[in-house]
Structures are given as structure tokens and as C-alpha cells.
Design a protein around this ligand. Structure first.
Ligand code: ADP
Ligand code: MG
Length: 621
């Protein structure tokens, strides 16, 4: 078109498009998911604006918050239309081509080293997946603040923008027209699209319609040639009317084929988080996670927590621990306050970039919060200041840390499971190694939490894992360390350095291992910093063994006894305690362990009403 303005794609975007066009990736379906997700985002945005200004929605059909999909088999066009916020001319230029997002180059790199194209949405460049199936794409868009424009590109390094003077006015929103490649003809089949929408868009909170065409049998008077023009009424209603009339007036009829078209609703828009946790299956949670997090890898989330908070501040929440950390989790850590939770107020999406809904160190969690207490008709800024947010945050942290603790508790690698029934064991087998996996992906976040969150420091320290001189190549916890402490040992010993191999040669270490003390290896760069904040745990001080003047002082029998008692108080049903009791019974363990075990055992006896024995009696044995 002569009036079109031409633009070049930003270089990284151009490279990305080349990769997509030339990709041999077989799962081309994903483009539809990305387009529906964009349509849904755009609808969320206009709905949010309408909370404070009803006018923005417009009137009639324009006000309908929905998504429509249409197929044109002859022209080989698939179009997806939403009545969302739309894009101004400037938006089209920036969002679809000239400004590369931070994820663009990261995704290009990933692709060049054989990464999975399926993850495109996580990198914020999902739109370009349209070129998996189309060689020419038009984006028609109308924003309330601008005229209607057409963006178009054949992915040849350039795109064009023209004021739209020839298409039907959209009212508001965006229509994406994909001119499908020959190899992608399957996306013109209604059944294929129905399957895909069901598969990918189950959790989209707006109705998605497909324009479907059916052949139906229609009875018409025998002497009439064709049924007149197509009517808007449903085929059933039409059939009924005709038949009744026919029976009364003209008994002679014949059956002819007629095609009728209608909008068919493809999804069910009941939000998962509003359902009772008992009714939602694991598979549904898993699928919901994938759609929420735009994480379409094969892995299930590691864990989730679905709950309702009651009291002064009411809300429902669903939190997930993803199977993997996103590529940029710690890159932007210090200048990014935005949580990954989607905030809804009474089922209306407000924001997925809300500051301070969770503390920074929990930014790896995904999820949604839906509050009935927060006001709907105020600006985002005012909402941000609302006093209820503090309460919500506090409860979310508590639930999040509980959820993480449970990953450890349910992992058979973490604790002995000899008291478990066979059924429990087989159930647990699935969770084997989960906590080590969690630690591998998100351990650094727990450490950052210990540094930043003084209120929950002890809870977080419980989640800490490390290798030590006695952990045997596995990960150990502070509770385990304490259970293995030598009689009379007061402090928790650690050493910091760049690797375990380097530390094992340290002369400082030898001094302690000779005496059979356990020493923790802290080898992460963040650990030095961490240890400035983690001063003690369960009343035991941390001691850096490479510091001058380290004392290996012993505590008295009385103190040793008190320690055993405390271990028991912390968690009387802890599997370690049970294990220790068993070991006392077998009486064949190393002296150190036997001592501690005995202390704990005596405490257990005392707790159950036996007389308190003199600690001296067993201290010498
Ligand atoms: P993301 O959705 O992660 O931001 P995309 O590549 O899918 O990345 O989309 C890029 C941008 O283009 C979006 O952020 C949005 O601003 C704009 N956009 C895409 N589709 C639409 C749409 N249907 N309506 C309005 N804006 C859209
Ligand atoms: Mg997108």
C-alpha cells in the first residue's frame, strides 16, 4: 500500500524471527496458545481500566469481553480477535518489532544451544511464534486513544503500518490474521482448533468462541426450490417453526442440506482457585500452573498450596513452586520488587506486577491471590497502599514457607522412613529427591531470605541445606547437624571457601575432624554474607573454624541434657528422634551418637512421666 510506513525490526527481533521461520520444531500448535494469552492479557487490561472509568468499555458488542476465532478456508486465513485494550500506532511499532525485550536475546541464545521453543512465552516474545505457521501476518488494532491501524509483515526483516481505511471497524481491540503456510493447513480444521483451545486455554478467564459451520437437514415444502436467505436464528428453532407450519398447510415436504454458522463457546470460565481444593485434581493444578506461569515444559510444579484466608482480610490464594528457576531469577534480583503473583480483587484481574505482595526472596513462586477485602474502584497506586496488603503478605509468607517445609518432609531422602507403612513408602517414592532438587533450583533464595527476613530467619534456617564433613556427599540440614553433635559440643562449626575440594585440604579443618567434630562447608559466594546474619540456630552459635582463637570448649552434662530436651521439644515426632531411640535400643552405634541418643531418650522418658535420671549417670558411659 502506498500510504504504508515501513519499519525495520530491531536486530535481535529479526534474528529471533529467522530462527522461528526456519525452525524444524514439530509442535507448531503453540502459536495459538500465545495469541490467546495475549488476547486475554489485553482483555484484563481494559477490564481493569473500566473499574475506575466505565466509559472505556464502549457500547454494544464492543463492550463484550471475549475472544473470537474465525477460519477462512479459501483464503487460508486464521484470525483471532479480542475486544481488549488494543494498540495505538505507537504501541504497534514498539511492541511488535522495534523494542527488543530483555528476554529476546536470552531466548535467541537458548534456541541456538538447542533450547525448547515451547518456552517462548516465558521470555516475553510469544507473539513471534505466529511465524511457525504463517508467512504473512496482519495485526489490525484499535485503541480508544487512536485510529484503527494495520501492522503487517512477511518476516523479511521489515514491517509496515498503515491507517486502516478498508477493514471493518473493530470498535476496540485487536484482530490477528494469519495467512497460513501450505504446511499449516491443518489449522483451518474446526476440530483441530477446538482441540487446541481446549488443551491450551482451559484457564483463560474470558469466553473463547469459534465460528463454526454445520450442515443441517432442513425440511422445506416440496414445491419450494431453496430455503430463502440464511437467518440468524439457531438451526433447531428454525427447523421447528418450519415443520409446524408445513404440517398445517403443506403436508408435502422434502429434506435439503443447509449450512448454518454460529459462534460456539469452547471453554469453561470457572476459576480454579475459587473451587474447593478437594474438587481440584492434581492434573488440574498442574495444568493451571503451566498456563499461569507460561511454563510449558513437561515437568509438574514441585508443590502447591491452595487455601482460603479468613478473618479481617479475606482472600483465596494458590501458590506454586515451579519445577525450575526461570533464566533470570537472580539477574534482576536487586532492582526488581515485583512479585510473580497475579492479584485479583473479586475475580477481576488487577496486576501481575504488584510490588511487595511477597518479599523479594520469594519471587520464584508463581500464583494468584484473589481478595474480597480490597476495594475494586481505586487506582493501582491507592491499592498498593492499602493496609490489608500487609496482612495478606504475612499470611502468604507463612503459607509459602510451610509449603517448602513440606517438600522436605515428604522427601524420603531427607529422613529415614522406616516407620512408614508400605503404602506411605510408595506414595513417598514419587517425592524422592524433591528437596535436593528444590535446593538446587532455589536454595539461593532461601539464603537471601535468611539475610533479608529477620522475622522468619529461624524458619528459613530450618530449610537450609549444605554439605559437611559428615554429610557423605549428600545434603544435610541444621537439625541433622545438631542431632550428630558430640557430647559437650556447644557450637556449630563451619568453614567458607570456593569449593569443597579446596576446603578439605584446610589445616583449620583438620584440627576439628581429628577430634570427630562435624564442620559445614559453605562454598556459595553468598554464604560469607549469609553468615553475617545467621548468628545462631536453636541456641547454638555458629563458629567459623578458620577464625583465630577458636575454642572447642565443652559444655557441662547439664547443658548436654538440656540440649537433648530441646531437640525433643522442637519436634517430638521428628523421624530423627525415632531413629535415635531405635539406635539406643540396638546399642551398637558410635559413642558420640549413643550419647546424644541417650540424652534424647532420657528426655523422652521424662516427658512420658518417668523420673528424671541424673545426667551424670550416662555421661560417663
Ligand atoms: P508478552 O505477551 O509476554 O508481553 P508477546 O510477544 O506475546 O509478549 O507480545 C508482545 C506485546 O505485544 C505485548 O506485551 C502487548 O503489549 C502487545 N500485544 C500482543 N498482542 C496483543 C493484543 N491482542 N492486544 C493488545 N496488545 C497486544
Ligand atoms: Mg504473550
Amino acid at each position: 500500500r502506498s500510504s504504508a510506513e515501513k519499519f525495520e525490526f530491531q536486530a535481535e527481533v529479526s534474528r529471533l524471527m529467522d530462527i522461528i521461520i526456519n525452525s524444524l520444531y514439530s509442535n507448531k500448535d503453540i502459536f495459538l496458545r500465545e495469541l490467546i494469552s495475549n488476547a486475554s492479557d489485553a482483555l484484563d487490561k481494559i477490564r481493569f481500566l473500566s473499574l475506575t472509568d466505565k466509559e472505556v468499555l464502549g457500547e454494544g458488542d464492543t463492550a463484550k469481553l471475549e475472544i473470537q476465532i474465525k477460519l477462512d478456508k479459501e483464503k487460508k486465513i486464521l484470525s483471532i480477535r479480542d475486544r481488549g485494550i488494543g494498540m495505538t500506532k505507537e504501541d504497534l511499532i514498539k511492541n511488535l518489532g522495534t523494542i527488543a525485550k530483555s528476554g529476546t536475546s536470552a531466548f535467541v541464545e537458548k534456541m541456538q544451544s538447542g533450547g525448547d521453543l515451547n518456552l517462548i512465552g516465558q521470555f516475553g516474545v510469544g507473539f513471534y511464534s505466529v511465524y511457525l505457521v504463517a508467512d504473512y501476518v496482519e495485526v489490525i488494532s484499535k485503541h480508544n486513544d487512536d485510529k484503527q491501524y494495520v501492522w503487517e509483515s512477511k518476516a523479511d526483516g521489515a514491517f509496515a503500518i498503515s491507517e486502516d481505511t478498508w477493514n471493518e471497524p473493530l470498535g476496540r481491540g485487536t484482530e490477528i490474521r494469519l495467512h497460513l503456510r501450505d504446511e499449516a493447513k491443518e489449522y483451518l480444521e474446526e476440530d483441530k482448533l477446538k482441540d487446541l483451545v481446549k488443551k491450551y486455554s482451559e484457564f483463560i478467564n474470558f469466553p473463547i468462541y469459534l465460528w463454526t459451520t454445520k450442515e443441517v437437514d432442513v425440511e422445506v415444502p416440496a414445491d419450494e426450490e431453496e430455503s430463502s436467505e440464511e437467518e440468524e436464528s439457531t438451526p433447531e428453532a428454525k427447523e421447528d417453526e418450519d415443520t409446524e407450519e408445513d404440517e398445517e398447510k403443506k403436508p408435502k415436504t422434502k429434506t435439503i442440506k443447509e449450512t448454518t454458522s454460529e459462534w460456539e463457546l469452547l471453554n469453561d470460565v470457572k476459576a480454579v482457585w475459587l473451587r474447593s481444593p478437594k474438587e481440584v485434581t492434581d492434573e488440574e493444578y498442574s495444568k493451571f500452573y503451566h498456563s499461569l506461569a507460561k511454563d510449558f515444559g513437561d515437568e509438574k510444579p514441585m508443590s502447591w498450596s491452595h487455601f482460603t484466608a479468613e478473618g479481617d482480610v479475606e482472600f483465596k490464594a494458590l501458590l506454586f513452586v515451579p519445577p525450575k528457576a526461570p533464566h533470570d531469577l537472580y539477574e534482576s534480583y536487586y532492582n526488581n520488587n515485583k512479585s510473580n503473583l497475579k492479584l485479583y480483587v473479586r475475580r477481576v484481574f488487577i496486576s501481575d506486577e504488584f510490588d511487595d505482595l511477597l518479599p523479594k526472596y520469594l519471587n520464584f513462586l508463581k500464583g494468584i491471590v484473589d481478595s474480597d477485602t480490597l476495594p475494586l474502584n481505586v487506582s493501582r497506586e491507592m491499592l498498593q497502599q492499602h493496609s490489608s496488603l500487609k496482612t495478606i503478605k504475612k499470611k502468604l509468607i507463612r503459607k509459602a514457607l510451610d509449603m517448602i517445609r513440606k517438600i522436605a518432609e515428604e522427601d524420603p531422602d531427607e529422613y529415614s522412613n522406616k516407620d512408614k507403612t508400605d503404602e506411605e513408602k510408595s506414595e513417598m517414592a514419587e517425592k524422592k529427591g524433591q528437596y535436593a532438587k528444590f535446593w538446587n533450583e532455589f536454595g539461593k533464595s532461601i539464603k537471601l531470605g535468611i539475610i533479608e527476613d529477620a522475622t522468619n530467619r529461624n524458619r528459613l534456617a530450618k530449610l537450609l541445606r549444605f554439605e559437611s564433613t559428615k554429610s557423605d556427599g549428600k545434603l544435610a540440614s541444621l537439625d541433622e547437624y545438631i542431632s550428630r553433635m558430640k557430647p559437650g559440643q556447644k557450637d556449630i562449626f563451619y568453614i567458607t571457601g570456593s569449593s569443597k575440594e579446596q576446603l578439605e585440604k584446610s589445616p583449620f579443618l583438620e584440627r576439628l575432624t581429628k577430634k570427630n567434630y562435624e564442620v559445614i562447608f559453605f562454598t556459595d559466594p553468598v554464604d560469607e554474607y549469609l553468615m553475617q546474619y545467621l548468628m545462631d540456630y536453636e541456641d547454638k552459635k555458629f563458629q567459623n573454624v578458620s577464625k583465630e582463637g577458636l575454642k572447642l570448649g565443652k559444655d557441662s552434662n547439664k547443658q548436654a541434657y538440656m540440649r537433648g530436651k530441646r531437640v525433643l521439644e522442637i519436634n517430638p515426632r521428628h523421624p530423627i528422634i525415632k531413629e535415635l531411640r531405635d539406635k539406643v535400643a540396638q546399642d551398637n552405634e558410635s559413642e558420640g551418637l549413643k550419647q546424644t541418643a541417650r540424652l534424647v531418650y532420657q528426655t523422652a522418658l521424662m516427658e512420658s512421666g518417668f523420673n528424671l535420671p541424673d545426667p551424670k549417670e550416662f555421661a560417663s558411659s
